[in-house]
Design a protein around this ligand. Structure first.
Ligand code: PLP
Length: 394
């Protein structure tokens, strides 16, 4: 069935007032997500502590997340953030042997670099895969960095700075050929792009619910492929990560048989309410139709930017692009302020304005954004735009 994105858009009241191109930072709030948070508050007023129902919420988030990733619930940990998932995973790895190398890329969000550098004290050696002259990171660069001493390749799906999407199946192939495992940070993709764990072939996935998953801050997930769960025993743990939570045993650490062993303490109950409601919207809207819609919007945005002679730094190739378009600017901070004053909500990193699209955006949103850029062009467009008409990655 064809998803009615126009009707869905009406569930996000903010979109009536703002041109909202900022889902890569934080999603617009859906009415059902707001209701879900209110339901939690009503529960607290009516019942006080309703733990039986609240635990079921966390389990519901796990099940919905598993459905979205195409995996089993036992392979999903519900975490407080992507960082919490990466830390739990890192704590279960051993870097004292010859296979102590961690390969990351120059496109990483800080947390997926800093946490690996933190493991240097435990014997890890972190190697960065650099960009090529065109700003993209081709597979050959991963081929050069990954070897038989590589334990883990930890990479982002889509770069938070420039919107470029890495060739994940290609990276997985290289990593697995050397006996290395792959952790994918899907934060800038999941909810807008389809992320099927089995198709991608990755071993671990992290992400969070506040961006394209339409939930809230303070909740994330870690997928651990079934075959690795038993071999990995996190030292970053807690009572909710135990096999029998009710045992309250203070004399031993008995990790859960499932990916729940990568969790820690009391679940963020209110965040589970919001995450559940957000995930339900995504699953009902059909992730494949969402991806097609988002892809069409970003392609349209790239074309319109070329029309006004101010090309983006995001790759034009569908396979190399996520839901965000990054536009290079002189003084991106000031340009961001001008756009905000015109009720066009974006964000900026480095010298790029980031315009991120979700299914609730329209071509008219893009037109407003591009028209405003055109108006401000003299002041903010790069004086010497680098590269060709499609620009280079920032
Ligand atoms: C690619 C990527 N990874 C991770 C994060 C955030 O991680 P955490 O949930 O630990 O705050 C972000 C947030 O912007 C991100 O863009």
């Amino acid at each position: 069935m064809k998803t009615d994105f126009q009707a869905l858009r009406r569930r996000f009241p903010l979109l009536e007032r703002k041109t909202y191109l900022n889902s890569g930072s934080y999603c617009a709030l859906a009415d059902t997500v707001r209701e879900a948070i209110n339901n939690y508050l009503d529960d607290r007023l009516a019942v006080g502590a309703n733990w039986d129902a609240w635990i079921l919420k966390s389990e519901s988030v796990r099940a919905l997340m598993a459905q979205l990733l195409g995996v089993t619930s036992d392979e999903v940990a519900v975490t407080a953030s992507a960082s919490a998932g990466i830390n739990a995973l890192a704590s279960a790895l051993d870097f004292t042997g010859p296979r102590n190398k961690i390969v990351i890329s120059d496109f990483e969000f800080p947390t997926n670099a800093q946490i690996w550098h933190a493991q240097e004290r435990r014997g890890a050696r972190v190697v960065h895969v650099p960009r090529a002259a065109d700003g993209y990171i081709p597979l050959e660069h991963f081929e050069r960095a990954i070897d038989d001493r590589t334990q883990l390749v930890a990479v982002t799906h889509v770069c938070f700075r420039n919107g470029a999407r890495l060739d994940i199946p290609g990276i997985v192939k290289i990593a697995h050929a050397h006996g290395a495992r792959v952790l994918l940070d899907t934060y800038q993709a999941i909810g807008a792009l389809q992320v099927d764990a089995r198709t991608l072939g990755v071993d671990f996935i992290v992400g969070g619910m506040l961006k394209y998953l339409l939930g809230t801050a303070g909740i994330g997930f870690l997928y651990v492929q079934d075959r690795w769960i038993h071999e990995l025993v996190p030292t970053h743990t807690g009572w909710v990560a135990q096999q029998n939570i009710a045992a309250m045993d203070i004399f031993a650490n008995r990790p859960a048989e499932s990916a729940r062993r990568f969790e820690a303490g009391t679940p963020a109950v209110v965040n589970c309410y919001a995450a559940e409601a957000g995930l339900k919207i995504i699953l009902r809207a059909d992730p494949s139709q969402i991806e097609a819609r988002v892809r069409a919007l970003t392609a349209y945005c790239l074309r319109r930017l070329i029309d006004i002679g101010w090309p983006a730094v995001t790759p034009p190739d569908d396979a190399r692009r996520g839901p965000m378009v990054a536009v290079p600017a002189r003084n991106a901070a000031e340009l961001f302020g001008c756009l905000t004053a015109a009720d066009i909500v974006t964000s900026f990193r480095d010298n790029n304005i980031r315009a991120s699209c979700h299914f609730y955006n329209t071509e008219a949103d893009i037109d407003r954004f591009v028209a405003e850029l055109e108006r401000l062009r003299r002041k903010f467009a790069p004086v010497h735009p680098h590269g060709s008409a499609t620009g280079v990655l920032g």
